[in-house]
Write a protein that binds this ligand. Structure first.
Ligand SMILES: Nc1ncnc2c1ncn2[C@@H]1O[C@H](COP(=O)(O)OP(=O)(O)OP(=O)(O)O)[C@@H](O)[C@H]1O
Length: 244
């Protein structure tokens, strides 16, 4: 479980994250939804301890990220916005390198790698150097690498960015499987349909603030819109009105 309370981060005069609080629960998919520049990536970076918040608290499975950042990292599998593969290495080598960083013994690493490679349908690219990989192939490799230590919490920054329809479908099924395994899955997106199709809970973020935190059905009911995209526009629109 990931608990975020009153998280804040300012860059110069830009309040990128301005008091964000929410809970992402185990066995659920939580979507962080917001327009470009809303503060999603900055929020996620603070969650996975890449960036220090100005204030506020992040807890993963009860561990405070400010007190024990390494402990938190062990509990997280992260697909960062910069996928950051080692391009001279093959997909397999990228995955194995992360396994070694996590001190996973070889037999366990092979077993876990096999599960991920099959689930992500990436056996055909496993022994190719990642240089020249398509977006979808890069995302698959980065996800396999991120989950090699079997983390109970999974954070994915815009996972379907740049993926085609088939790759997106595959990734959605994969995320649903992670949920079915009881993991806490948190991902960011600016695409309403994607969030609607996947999430148990939607945290809408605009101008660095949470403007809604609901189930998809509650979001529709709250805004009086049956179409989630209209609901989203209404929420973001009214927030912009408030901010003006
Ligand atoms: N390192 C940085 N230095 C200066 N400003 C930053 C930095 N990182 C983010 N920002 C600013 O903070 C705000 C939030 O950015 P962020 O990347 O978190 O948004 P986002 O919701 O992830 O957007 P997108 O969907 O476009 O990726 C933006 O105004 C952005 O320009």
């Amino acid at each position: 479980m990931i608990e975020v309370s009153d998280l804040r981060k300012t860059f110069g005069t830009v309040k990128a994250v301005d008091g964000v609080s929410f809970i992402a629960r185990d066995g659920e998919i939580t979507g962080l939804l917001g327009p470009n520049g809303a503060g999603k990536t900055t929020t996620l970076r603070m969650l996975y301890t890449l960036m220090k918040p100005d204030s506020g608290q992040v807890k993963v499975d009860g561990i405070d990220a400010a007190v024990d950042p390494l402990g938190v990292r062990r509990l997280l599998g992260v697909l960062p916005d910069a996928r950051g593969l080692y391009k001279r290495l093959t997909a397999r080598e990228n995955i194995e390198y992360f396994a070694r960083l996590h001190d996973i013994e070889p037999a366990r690493m092979r077993a876990r790698s096999d599960v991920l490679v099959d689930a992500l349908e990436m056996r055909d690219i496993l022994d190719r150097r990642t240089e020249g990989f398509s977006q979808g192939q890069r995302v698959k490799t980065a996800i396999a690498r991120a989950l090699i230590h079997d983390p109970s919490n999974v954070i994915l920054d815009e996972p379907t960015n740049g993926l085609d329809v088939m790759a997106t479908r595959g990734l959605r099924q994969f995320m649903q499987a992670l949920k079915a395994e009881g993991r806490c899955v948190l991902f960011s997106s600016h695409i309403m349909q994607e969030v609607a199709a996947l999430c148990d809970r939607i945290v809408v973020i605009a101008h660095g603030r949470v403007v809604a935190d609901e189930t998809p059905d509650a979001l529709r009911a709250q805004t009086g819109e049956t179409n989630l995209e209209d609901a989203f526009v209404k929420i973001i629109g009214s927030e912009e009105g408030l901010a003006a």
